[in-house]
Design a protein around this ligand. Structure first.
Ligand SMILES: [Fe+2]
Length: 242
């Protein structure tokens, strides 16, 4: 079921029903076949250390973790089934193409949730002397101007993600809207800060008040993690140019 088609028609109750259905479907379609031949499987990470985070009740987080685990399972399922078809020399088949088209959605759903959870659990403070703060101020005029723009993108109608991206070539920072999980990414872009704005990220606690959720998100950003991502990207760029 496409949540996008239903955007704008949700009542909180209807959304919870749909989300429950999505969770059930996620569980129903992810049997881990014993005969799968994938040589590598992703493992869902444990983010239960986030329980107790101010502004996110445990029930919301628990549901969100389950949803994330579904993406991990389905990523493994897709990779396994595609591997089987490749081994059967069926990579020209319609079935193979259909699975391949689905992979980025499941994979990005997995990876974006990891980036999101990992940049939560902090105190919402970015050191003004940090390289990230300085670059944000340079590219957006000020940190507050950047935050205002990032929040506005998060308020866009639709479901998806708001990401502060660094262009690996120019070093320039962009606030980007990602539709669903897989549409809108910058090629070569390096995600620095990731915010989930699917309704499941807040609706059971804040109803349709996405703005309140965004405020709570900022209160809990672990900027140390975002700053590390940024500095790691700078180091990688420096290593390439040596
Ligand atoms: Fe999510």
């Amino acid at each position: 079921m496409s949540f996008t088609l239903l955007q704008g028609f949700f009542s909180p109750v209807f959304s919870v029903i749909l989300l429950s259905s999505a969770l059930l479907n996620a569980e129903m379609i992810v049997p881990m076949g014993k005969s799968r031949s994938a040589s590598f499987e992703y493992v869902a990470k444990d983010y239960t250390y986030l329980f107790g985070m101010q502004g996110f009740n445990d029930a919301l987080l628990k549901m969100h973790f389950q949803l994330y685990q579904g993406y991990v399972k389905n990523t493994n399922l897709l990779l396994g089934r595609m591997k089987e078809l490749e081994q059967q020399d069926k990579d020209l088949s319609y079935d193979y193409g259909a699975l391949k088209r689905r992979l980025a959605w499941e994979f990005d759903g997995m990876r974006l949730h990891e980036l999101y959870f990992e940049n939560l659990g902090g105190e919402g403070l970015l050191d003004k002397s940090s390289e990230l703060f300085q670059r944000i101020s340079k590219d957006f005029g000020s940190f507050e101007a950047w935050k205002k723009n990032f929040s506005a993108i998060g308020m866009m109608r639709g479901i998806g993600w708001t990401i502060l991206y660094r262009d690996s070539q120019s070093g320039r920072l962009f606030n980007i809207w990602i539709n669903e999980h897989d549409l809108g990414h910058l090629a070569g872009g390096e995600p620095i800060l990731v915010m989930d704005v699917f309704e499941h990220a807040y609706i059971t606690q804040y109803g349709l008040d996405r703005g309140k959720y965004i405020g709570v998100f900022f209160d809990n950003v672990k900027w140390e993690r975002a700053d590390k991502r940024y500095n790691d990207a700078l180091k990688a760029k420096a290593a390439l140019t040596q």
